[in-house]
Design a protein around this ligand. Structure first.
Ligand code: NAD
Ligand code: UD1
Length: 332
């Protein structure tokens, strides 16, 4: 597993351990900390094998895959901040595209042809109607999104070139929440870019108020609507996708979402209920690049993997809050 110490990867570790599926983590700690391993050990009952290293180091990947007799790869590693990708596009293309190419080449060298790739709903064109089905038009509006789109296209080409590949590009909508133990969760460095971590930091008193980016969208309350999905549901989706890939060749792209949209203010009020605290906010201008509405059609994940999100928004907020309260500064 690449990027296994990150937010989604660490939850996937727990989901794999729950099914007694062994795994090895490769992570360069660019956006995570070693403390995650201690937490995982506490959760799963053993210290997961970890290799500190970069996905751009092909020899290290080959050596790791051979030494551990790897049969499949979950590829989470990458950079994910949209604003940063606009300021530093080359860094994003190098880490997300070149890094992925190095990984795929290492997989070819070792004969490993089963792969799950972390894609994103951000690759859907902004002109689509809701809900977004997997066959909707694609088109990214920033370098981060383009890296995801390019890698998906590379993977489709790869699967055409060699029918032995089994690949799933999982298009996450908005993963939020944390493991219910409060031991692992999202630990953004600096100011959070995403809504729920920001709300959590306001609720815990680290920040004064939430800036609501736009109150004049064509939505019920004027604020942006998104498909928030519990990170453990997302993690379990990977385990179910892996099971599917063991029986099916080719390359599929599949949405992971709940199929329901929630506005910024809906989410804020849910979080107030979960935390028992009032959360100050101020409506400000729109954030460049944001869309008014975005939610998934979720039938394909159900039809192919037998997966559907099971956790409600109430649990997303409760679990996020438990994590935030127990770890006010994240893993720091
Ligand atoms: P994260 O930053 O928490 O985790 C990514 C992990 O990859 C980190 O531990 C980081 O240290 C590691 N990493 C980065 N570059 C690396 C490299 N070159 N070599 C080795 N390790 C490297 O992010 P996340 O939220 O867990 O997201 C995981 C994946 O899912 C990313 O590819 C992201 O783009 C994608 N995704 C995330 C979201 C979301 O909302 N979190 C939505 C859609 C897609
Ligand atoms: C963002 C990224 C997307 C990425 C996803 C997960 C952009 C344009 N899109 O999606 O590429 O895949 O994160 O990492 O950055 N909001 C506020 N105040 C805040 C933060 C957010 O009002 O402080 C609003 C946003 O305007 C949006 C909603 O909350 O309406 C959700 O925002 P966010 O959590 O950043 O997710 P996305 O914008 O969906």
């Amino acid at each position: 597993m690449t990027g296994g110490l990150g937010y989604i990867g660490s939850h996937a570790c727990v989901a794999l351990a729950q099914k007694a599926i062994p795994f090895v983590i490769v992570d360069n700690l660019a956006n995570s900390s070693l403390g995650v391993i201690d937490r995982l050990a506490e959760l799963v009952g053993y210290r997961p094998p970890f290799v500190e290293g970069d996905i751009r180091d092909g020899d290290l990947l080959v050596e790791t895959m051979e030494r551990h007799a790897i049969g499949a790869v979950m590829h989470f590693a990458g950079s994910k901040a949209v604003g940063e990708s606009v300021a530093m596009p080359l860094d994003y293309y190098v880490n997300n595209v070149a890094g992925s190419l190095t990984l795929f080449a290492a997989m070819v060298r070792t004969g490993v042809k089963t792969l799950i790739f972390s894609s994103s709903a951000t690759i859907y064109a902004q002109t689509n109607a809701m809900p977004l089905a997997e066959h909707a038009a694609l088109g990214a509006s920033n370098p981060y999104g383009r890296t995801k789109l390019f890698v998906e296209q590379i993977l489709f080409d790869l699967s055409v070139s060699d029918p032995a590949w089994s690949i799933a590009c999982l298009r996450y909508f908005n993963p939020v929440g944390a493991h219910p133990s409060g031991l692992i969760g999202e630990s953004p460095r600096g100011t959070p870019n995403n809504l729920v971590p920001y709300i959590a930091q306001v609720a815990v008193g680290r920040r004064e108020y939430l800036s609501v980016f736009g109150g004049d969208y064509e939505t019920e309350d004027g604020t942006g609507v998104r498909d928030y999905v519990h990170v453990l549901d997302v993690a379990e989706g990977h385990v179910m996708a892996l099971d599917y890939l063991r029986r099916h060749a080719g390359c599929v792209a599949v949405n992971l979402g709940t199929g329901r949209g929630m506005s910024v203010l809906d989410m804020l009020h849910e979080y107030e209920r979960a935390s028992g605290r009032s959360i100050a906010y101020e409506v400000t201008g729109r954030r460049p690049g944001d869309v008014a509405r975005c939610w998934a059609q979720v039938s394909l994940a159900r039809d192919l993997f037998g997966w559907q999100a099971t956790r409600e928004v109430e649990q997303m907020c409760q679990d996020s809050w438990r994590w935030q309260l127990a770890n006010p500064d994240g893993y720091a």
